[in-house]
Design a protein around this ligand. Structure first.
Ligand SMILES: Cc1ncc(COP(=O)(O)O)c(C=O)c1O
Length: 388
């Protein structure tokens, strides 16, 4: 299957018609599976917190799309990330983490795992010397996003993997691939040990289901992820698995439109007199545009910007859009707008926001698949009405 093109694999990988000939994975709601004798199950499953047919199909699909041997899906992206941290970290360990992370990933490290004796250093992972310098003999994990949420920073994933491999501690390198999706970027092929992602976003693609995934080639890590998931119980339900599998079949087609629209939005904003700064890896002005061009197929559907305006005017602009819905989340076919400081990243302290350069007035767009002319007109009208 894996020598077929992505567009073919996203439709077929992970599932063959079952004994009834069902062409798409059926929703198996059974929680428990029958045994022939106390030591022999009739089929491959015994209890659905451990494994179940609808989830198996999704696990196989995501592993294939990310180009890894083992795929494991979860109740949410955060459930997958929590499993990664639980499986890899012990008291006394140290983590080198990207300084700009999704707020809950940041919080898990600083307010949950820190309580269990894990130490974390946040670093600019775009700077490979800084990554190498931050790794200590206790470093068990190097963890980052690229592109990051919400500043769209890019790190050289192969360079980070090399820096980690060169260190005596040889930490696990794990990349959150949520913003790119496996269609645009495959971190395992770039040398990462683990990829985690929220399937809630681009992979499912319709803002109607929560799920997450971990993929790796390493059998020992997979065994640890399986152990943690089975015992902690963050499994996705069968209907969620069905919805994600259904959404994933159109991932490449949706991503092409997301990227095309986002590029047009970024260029429009970059040329707009009321806009101070645009963050989009596809713009040549982005500090790591070349690295993004090298490791990604295209630059994604997320764009952030700051207006040359007061906080009140910024709030007015994002409250006035008609197509861009003012809401958290991303990666669905519908366009969304949000302000990370009071919304998605509200759990970070003012000092933490300042440390990563996330201004209060930053606006984040998840550019959907609507017609680009309508999206540009919506933004233009809202800026016109909101900025005096
Ligand atoms: C980069 C990134 N990672 C992880 C998550 C968490 O995913 P979920 O909401 O599915 O738990 C998010 C959610 O927005 C995210 O943006």
């Amino acid at each position: 299957m894996t020598d077929r093109k992505f567009e073919t694999r996203q439709v077929h990988a992970g599932y063959e018609p079952d004994e009834h000939g069902a062409v798409v994975p059926p929703i198996y709601n059974s929680v428990t599976y029958a045994y022939d004798s106390p030591t022999e199950t009739i089929g491959d499953h015994r209890y659905s917190r451990m494994s179940a047919p609808t989830r198996d199909a999704l696990d196989g699909l995501i592993a294939d799309l990310e180009g890894g041997r083992y795929g494991r899906t979860f109740a949410s992206g955060m459930a997958a990330i929590n499993t990664l941290f639980t499986a890899v970290l012990s008291a006394g360990d140290h983590v080198v983490a990207g300084e700009n992370l999704y707020a809950e990933s940041h919080t898990l490290l600083t307010r949950v795992f820190s309580e269990f004796g894990v130490d974390v250093t946040f670093t600019d992972t775009a700077d490979l010397d800084a990554v190498a310098a931050a790794i200590t003999p206790e470093t068990a994990l190097v963890y980052l996003e690229s592109p990051t949420n919400p500043l769209l920073r890019i790190s050289d994933i192969a360079g980070v993997a090399d820096a980690a491999a060169a260190a005596e501690a040889d930490p696990v390198v794990a990349i959150d691939n949520t913003f790119a999706s496996p269609y645009l970027q495959r971190p395992l092929e770039l040398g990462a040990d683990v990829v985690v992602e929220s399937l809630t976003k681009y992979v499912a693609g319709h803002s109607d289901v929560m799920a997450g995934a971990i993929v790796t080639d390493d059998p020992q890590l997979e065994e640890a992820f399986e152990f943690v998931q089975y015992n902690q119980g963050a499994t996705p339900n069968p209907f969620a698995c069905f919805l994600v599998s259904r959404g994933a079949k159109t991932l490449s087609s949706r991503m092409r439109v997301h990227c095309e629209n986002a590029r047009a939005v970024a260029e429009f904003l970059a040329d707009h007199p009321a806009v101070d700064r645009v963050y989009y890896p596809g713009l040549e002005s982005h500090p790591n545009h070349d690295v993004a061009a090298e490791q990604m197929r295209d630059f994604g559907g997320m764009v952030s910007f700051e207006l040359d305006a007061s906080l009140e005017e910024t709030s007015a602009v994002i409250s006035n859009t008609e197509i861009f819905e003012l809401a958290e989340s991303l990666g669905g076919v519908e366009s969304l707008v949000e302000q990370p400081a009071p919304m998605t990243h509200q759990d970070l302290t003012v000092e933490e926001l300042e440390a990563i350069g996330l201004s209060e007035s930053l606006v984040r767009l998840s550019v959907g698949t609507e017609h680009v002319d309508d999206l540009l007109a919506d933004l233009d009208g809202a800026i016109e009405a909101g900025v005096r």
